[in-house]
Design a binder for this molecule. Structure first.
Ligand code: CA
Length: 518
């Protein structure tokens, strides 16, 4: 099917639009507005709608995404080499909680089937997680997990999976450095993710810096059962004198695991309100359509979730840094705005220590997909947060404290962001992609949303939702937002599996460790 020439502008004040047609549009094409293309423009790339003088503002999403480095005639391809990136907005004099919107009408009556935990949280899957204090034990734990899967799991039909929480931390690190709090609390809070049912078991080497009591001090595990007392920390220590030979270590892990499996196996799904969803949203492998189709649909869905009383986290500091003024304006209180500014300032300093700034974020694939720089990418990324008031802020690795829309500060790296949102307690993950990535996590279902129909067609058994329908003109942002919302309830209930779950596509947990290694 040949499509009529189609360009999409995000705001009436914009002086560029992107070409939506598959394969782009050749020079000489006459657009609907009568403008004739002077250059061949690839799909997702920008065309000048007006003559842009050298030094003039190039406007998309009604914000300056750059300044023309030379005169650009209307109908020309506006690519990154023609643009100078705007300076980062300073963190002084920002609008603080100025945009107080009337709360949106509550959305009632939506439910899903989840696993209610003793601490009140709700899981969407029933998984035995095996926590590790240090990378040294990863091979032994993995060996044991393979045997648990083949020999024990078939006996416990209500348990979905057994997952080793492997990571690279635990020793050879400056564990007393102030920033070491980030990886340590991340590991602690992941162990307590609602999908693990409050069952915590630890495999330790023995001589590592991150000792089990440091990872999970007394009182850190909520009471898991009706015994009334906090359970003792269940630790298998490989260097324990009682272990003679490798198989005795494996046997210990399997014996302990079976105790937890027995308790997890009695869990049953029950009907819970949609407000028990804890959704982490992020994007990866972005293109110019991310901010036109998938991210706005996710944003619409975020608003639905907030209206339903659920928790939504958006993250990726380098991708929201350029929109800080929008975000502080949307904060519910001055305290929330100040917390956001504190997180951004911390990250600015962190990047500065490495002699880079937020512009280090964009990738060759982003640019090939039409994103000229981080400002343009950020505007398209922030729309995932929808339009709700921002009521909470988390530092990296912290556990979520409230419902509503929270800014969970994380790097934009897909794996680090996902790992930190897991620590915050997400029970469902939404991931948008334009270039395409097979991203998935073992600990929580990941719903993947394609920005373009072409990607959804080629990756038909990897993408769960096609937001490209919005650019094709066959669905609205609201339609896809609702489709995603309904799919979330089905996936959370275990009625549907995501493609990443189907194929068991599991990326590694990657800890954010801003502290020195030794
Ligand atoms: Ca990302």
């Amino acid at each position: 099917m040949t499509q009529a020439p189609l360009t999409i502008a995000m705001h009436e004040a914009d002086n560029v639009a992107i070409v939506a047609n598959l394969g782009g549009l050749p020079a000489g094409t006459v657009l609907a507005c009568g403008l004739v293309l002077r250059d061949t423009v690839p799909q997702g790339h920008k065309v000048a709608l007006l003559d842009l003088p050298a030094g003039g503002v190039v406007r998309r999403y009604d914000v300056p995404i750059g300044y023309a480095l030379k005169d650009i005639a209307a109908g020309s391809w506006v690519h990154e080499r023609l643009l100078q990136m705007p300076q980062a907005r300073g963190l002084e004099g920002l609008p603080i909680a100025t945009e107080q919107r009337a709360p949106q009408a509550p959305l009632q009556g939506y439910t899903f089937e989840g696993y209610r935990n003793a601490d009140g949280s709700v899981g969407t899957r029933n998984i035995l997680a095996i926590t590790q204090t240090v990378q040294c034990v990863a091979g032994v734990t993995d060996f044991a997990v393979q045997r648990i899967k083949s020999e024990l799991l078939p006996k416990y039909r209500n348990v979905d999976d057994v997952v080793a929480l492997e990571h690279g931390y635990g020793c050879g690190v400056a564990i007393d450095a102030p920033d070491a709090v980030v990886p340590i609390r991340t590991l602690r809070n992941i162990s307590l993710n609602p999908n693990f049912g409050g069952e915590v078991m630890v495999v330790s080497l023995g001589c590592e810096k991150l000792q089990p009591e440091r990872l999970l001090p007394p009182g850190s595990i909520p009471i898991a059962d009706q015994r009334g007392a906090a359970p003792d920390l269940d630790v298998v220590c490989l260097q324990d004198d009682a272990h003679v030979g490798f198989m005795s270590m494996v046997d210990s892990i399997m014996r302990q695991a079976e105790e937890h499996l027995r308790r997890l196996d009695v869990r049953r799904r029950e009907t819970v309100p949609a407000s028990e969803l804890v959704v982490g949203v992020q994007c990866g492998g972005s293109d110019a359509f991310s901010g036109v189709t998938a991210n706005p649909a996710v944003g619409y869905c975020s608003d639905l979730l907030v209206r339903a009383g659920a928790s939504v986290m958006f993250s990726e500091t380098t991708e929201v840094r350029d929109g800080i003024a929008q975000l502080t304006a949307r904060a519910s209180t001055p305290e929330v705005a100040e917390a956001m500014i504190r997180e951004m300032a911390w990250y600015d300093a962190y990047l500065q220590r490495g002699s880079v700034d937020r512009s280090a974020n964009t990738t060759p694939g982003n640019k090939k997909g039409g994103l000229s720089n981080i400002v343009e990418k950020a505007m398209g990324s922030i729309v995932k947060s929808g339009s709700s008031t921002i009521t909470g802020v988390l530092a990296p690795g912290e556990k979520l404290r409230q419902k509503g829309l929270t800014y969970a500060a994380t790097p934009a790296s897909d794996f680090i962001c996902g790992t930190l949102q897991l620590a915050a307690g997400m029970n469902l993950h939404v991931f948008t992609t334009g270039r395409g990535t097979p991203y998935g996590l073992a600990q929580v279902p990941v719903i993947k949303v394609a920005t373009r129909t072409d990607l959804a067609r080629r990756w038909h058994d990897l993408m769960d939702v096609n937001a490209g329908k919005i650019a094709d003109g066959t669905a609205s942002i609201e339609d896809v937002g609702w489709e995603l919302f309904q799919l979330m309830l089905d996936v959370a209930s275990g009625r549907k599996k995501t493609w990443a779950e189907q194929w068991k596509l599991h990326n590694a947990l990657v800890l954010f460790n801003p502290a020195p290694v030794t």
